[in-house]
Design a protein around this ligand. Structure first.
Ligand code: RIB
Length: 310
């Protein structure tokens, strides 16, 4: 079995309403359909990694409610170990309300609940696992000190660290220094760097800011325009794979899952980004997050088709 990929992060049940358009402030709009499913950036990334064949371990916290029990059942059905999943009976599981319009764009509001109880001690319990891992991934849906602690531990142990800085919030110099790969989307890059990411040149400039703070690699995700890869010696644009978008929720998590697996398999970075782009593209063609994840075969076959046509 390949080396473990450790994901430290959130679980949120997703309550989705898909309609024609998003409401504006103070407005009620009538949607067309409702759907409930698993979500949360950390859990989405872990589940995508598992679906792509990665040896994934999830460090997270759910509440002692129906949503938390559903999460446990889901991990069992996907063969993901619950050794480092805490269940806190005193609080509700993370909950996200997701509103989607006819273009697949969304608005999301999250009540973090049990995710806020994820502590550095939870990470410490997994130290031996982290020591032997290929990669450790964090996002920011929970206590920042826990994610900072996980990145520091993994970096200190020589494990490649990945940070999806979502939702964006100010980060310490130490967090940047302990991050090998950062993968913000356009709005997160703007919040974190102050650079409005409109063009590819803006994305590269924002990537350089992350590098100046100590990150080794920046991948600025540009939605339907692909992603900008920036290292000290290279700046490269990767186009998005064109698909009909139905729901963009979780596309960044699917990208992360694809990237983590490909890098853990020691694929070259350009192949890893292309693979991640295919996983993300397929994930937006259905409503929901986990049920919208493609199989490894589907992602590989899309990658083969895009390579042939390029
Ligand atoms: O990245 C998408 C996720 O963000 C959703 O699943 C929702 O739970 C929010 O956490």
């Amino acid at each position: 079995m390949s080396k473990p990929i450790v994901v430290v992060g959130s679980y949120n049940v997703g309550l989705f309403i898909k309609g024609q358009r998003l409401p504006v402030k103070g407005e009620t709009v009538i949607g067309d359909s409702f759907y409930e499913g698993a979500g949360g950036k950390g859990s989405n990334q872990a589940l995508c990694t598992a679906k792509m064949g990665g040896n994934v371990h999830f460090i997270g916290c759910v509440g002692g409610d129906r949503y938390g029990r559903d999460a446990c059942d889901l991990y069992d059905s996907m063969g993901i170990s619950r050794e480092f999943l805490s269940v806190d009976e005193t609080i509700h599981s993370g909950i996200s309300f997701v509103i989607i319009d006819s273009n697949g764009d969304n608005l999301i509001s999250v009540a973090l609940g049990a995710n806020n109880r994820l502590s550095p001690q939870h990470v410490d319990k997994a130290r031996t696992l982290i020591e032997g891992a290929a990669m450790l991934a964090c996002q920011l849906e929970g206590p920042l000190d826990t994610f900072a602690h996980a990145l520091k531990m993994a970096h200190g142990l020589g494990v490649t660290t990945f940070l999806d800085p979502a939702p964006a919030c100010p980060l310490s110099e130490e967090v940047y220094r302990n991050t090998d790969i950062i993968a913000p989307n356009e709005s997160e890059a703007e919040i974190l760097t102050g650079i409005s990411v409109d063009t590819y040149a803006d994305a590269a400039k924002a990537g350089r800011v992350f590098l100046s703070r100590g990150v080794r690699t920046a991948i600025v995700k540009l939605g339907g325009r692909g992603s900008m890869y920036v290292t000290e010696n290279e700046e490269r644009h990767f186009p998005a794979v064109k698909v009909e978008a139905v729901d963009a929720t979780g596309a960044g998590d699917a990208f992360a899952g694809g990237l983590l697996v490909a890098l853990a398999e020691e694929k070259p970075i350009d192949e890893a980004i292309r693979f991640a782009s295919c996983v993300a593209a397929l994930s937006v063609t259905k409503v929901g997050v986990v049920n919208a994840l493609p199989s490894r075969e589907e992602a590989e076959s899309l990658m083969a088709r895009t390579l042939q046509s390029s």
